[in-house]
Design a protein around this ligand. Sequence first.
Ligand code: ZN
Length: 444
Amino acid sequence: MSRKILIGNGILITRDEKSRFFDKGAVCIEGERVLEAGDHALLLRKYQDAEYIDAEGMLIMPGFINTHQHIYSEFSRGMALSGKTPMTFLEILDGIWWHIDRNLALDETYYSAIACGIECIRNGVTFISDHHASFGGITGSLGRIADALQLLGIRACLAYEVSDRDGLDKRDASIAENMDFIERVHRENSNMLKGLVGLHASFTLSDETLDMCLQKNVHGAGYHVHVAEGLYDEEHCEKTYGKSVVKRLIDKGILNRDSFAVHCSHVSCDDMELLADKGVTVIHNPESNMGNAVGAPDIITMMDKGIRVGLGTDGYTNDMMESLKVANILQKHNRKLPDRGFAEAAKMCFENNAVIASEIIGEKYGAIEAGRPADVILVDYHPVTPLNKDNIDGHLMFGVSGSMTDTTIINGKVIMRHRKLVNVDEEQLLAEGREAASRLWMKL
Ligand SMILES: [Zn+2]
């Protein structure tokens, strides 16, 4: 019989189907799964044999989910730009992101994943969907990221960014990297590690490249692709293919029910109808859109049309509460509608991200209920104002940041307790990470 852990004496937010809430609740975990969630006193009597974790009045809630991240961006923090200041989104891509990824070797990719993974754990993120590029070391890069995240114990879905931008040999290697990794996750069939086919964006992907991906994708995995992020992508597609990016990728069979269309900053009403009709998931990354000055996608209209929109961070942060706050104010600001944005941001971050992660993992995720994967965090938040079933999201939006996470439990395993990683030597790993980051910066 597996070991039991009882986490009690905290405010329990289950996000289960009935949205059960307990002022003084508890969760019993057995092995990798939740055994029972409910009243503290009741569970304390029932599970006297369990190892006890005292939540000391903290929030007990499901871990946060990030549906679009670039792990390697961890090594860009504080990086000075050499040469001229980028004046367009394309110059930002070429001058910063592609410049980094062309120089990333496998070892540096590994340590960027270590550094990012540690930050995720410290921000209460238990599932991450990554979109990786390292044209300085393609083959085996997803495996190295998986090694790092598995060492730390985080649940992940990985994809390699296929693109024509560095020549056809590297394009072929990146297609193979996706397919080899997807083959591996199919073979392993673990709910801790999954894969999608990563694609950069329409303007760096020829029809021939898309056809190769479709032909080699024998498991029918979904695609994780940037869509009309900057206006350039949309204009390039109209000029080259005589149609919008959304229409091109839907016609090709790239965007489907299993695919992520990331950003969609420049999509028409017709495009939105198509996305809704085909059941394509859109991922919104508000800080990134603002930072790159690409314009704000109209998330409110997309959600009104029934598109499922999730929330990511796109390399900007590992704190989902930061992305949640900015998603709310960006939509209000963009549409000049003070009464909109809040519900949409909360729905993206909690409800939709949970559904998206559930479909990737292949079982219900993002709720604390019996039988579900035990990914639970304790958040050290003690407001002076009342906190109840009906105002949880308001507290999370305006009062909580990811760094208030005290304890992170993933797949039934305590990963961080009182802000200390318990299964690995965090200082040693970060010291090795600093050496890897220095090596990368020397090349830039
Ligand atoms: Zn991105």
